[in-house]
Ligand binder design. Sequence first.
Ligand SMILES: Cc1cc2nc3c(=O)[nH]c(=O)nc-3n(C[C@H](O)[C@H](O)[C@H](O)COP(=O)(O)OP(=O)(O)OC[C@H]3O[C@@H](n4cnc5c(N)ncnc54)[C@H](O)[C@@H]3O)c2cc1C
Length: 415
Amino acid sequence: MNILVLGAGVIGVTTAYELVRDGHEVTVIERNDGPAQETSFGNAGLIAPGHAFAWASPKVPMILLRSLFRNDQAFRLRLKADLEFWKWTARFIGQCTRGRAHENSLRKHRLCAYSQQRLHEVVASNAVEYDQITDGLLYLFRSQQTLDRGVEHMQLLVEDGQQRDVLDRNQVVALDPAYAASKDRIAGAVYCPTDESGDSHLFTVNLARACAERGVKFEYGTTIERFDISANKIRSVQTDRGAFTADTIVLALGPYSAELVRPLGIRLSIYPVKGYSVTMPSDQRHTAPRLGAVDEDNLVAYVRLGQRLRVTATAEFAGYDMTHRPQDFITMLKAVRNLLPEGGDYDTLDYWSCLRPMTPHGTPFFGPTEYPNLFVNTGHGHMGWTMACGSARITADLIAGRNPDIDLTGLRYKN
Ligand SMILES: Cc1cc2nc3c(=O)[nH]c(=O)nc-3n(C[C@H](O)[C@H](O)[C@H](O)COP(=O)(O)OP(=O)(O)OC[C@H]3O[C@@H](n4cnc5c(N)ncnc54)[C@H](O)[C@@H]3O)c2cc1C
């Protein structure tokens, strides 16, 4: 089959990889001049089934409300006269019950765990390098009270098969000596030994190279503008470099997926949620953390990527605005510096921000749409790097008419 994949983020490229492995002729269309230049570029790098909790939970509506009145580090809400934002928010609030939060977290966990397994298979078959660290992740808590709550919260995923150990501060230092000087600032951690980290940009660039060697064509510098329809099928994809036709099309445009198919009557509830990340040199002169971590009390994630330390935080509802200012990073840098005073070169900072393609329930959409030759693999929110390889295999299986390896209840665009 001749297949067009729209978007060369981590989702589009992993999808292209699985499709070419299945024997299809694959072309990827991307507006940038290379893969993973947008959301998949500067994310936190965590491959974290142990953090697969749905954002929508009973306490979140109050957090969002509070963020209207103060410049919260973790959540920032900018009220806008944007109908799509209000529709999305109403659906998101609808997912904020205890029952929904549990159900959505377990679906996420299932997909994340499957994806991690697929990632290992992709890496083993292609020797893809991506500054990976496979010794686990630390979820750090500043006080005994928050640690106890974190351990209790984690129980849901533990019952679903997630491995975890609870560490006191001395055990944290034994595992990661980078905290030796700051151990009094933490009470302990939940350690997930099977979680991992790595650079999703590097992974995607290297996998795109492997795809090209297998015959995938990449049409970079090509902006998709609209679709032409006939007889209830997508006849062509119109771009600023002409029309592309194919038997099947896969939509993987991250935060831009919903708006491009809205004129076709396809309603994908995906809204952009902005995040910030800052990357600094971290080499033998520094005391970099051995393992990626989340400072849970401040909701700041950080990870060592080769000779760099990356710090990320914040969920901001500000539409498609991608601007950032140095002051947006002050609080997150303060939190990390408090734990890792020598962790990197805090005077050489590379700032970045991008948009998470969030769905109200926190899981992506898979499968065919109202147009049988248009499939979606999009809406991976804050965990698209973790979910990429499994989502790609699921999409290839659905296109081939095979049953995917995991139960897709609640994950299909059309149920
Ligand atoms: C601050 C931050 C931290 C994160 N941390 C983590 C983490 O630790 N672990 C994790 O698993 N996930 C994390 N994520 C989430 C993860 O980065 C995303 O879920 C994932 O990158 C989404 O990939 P994607 O391919 O769907 O989107 P993208 O990477 O945005 O790819 C979509 C592609 O479509 C292209 N495109 C869009 N419109 C058009 C058009 N009209 N024509 C042509 N091309 C177009 C874009 O240029 C882009 O390349 C984080 C996200 C952020 C913002």
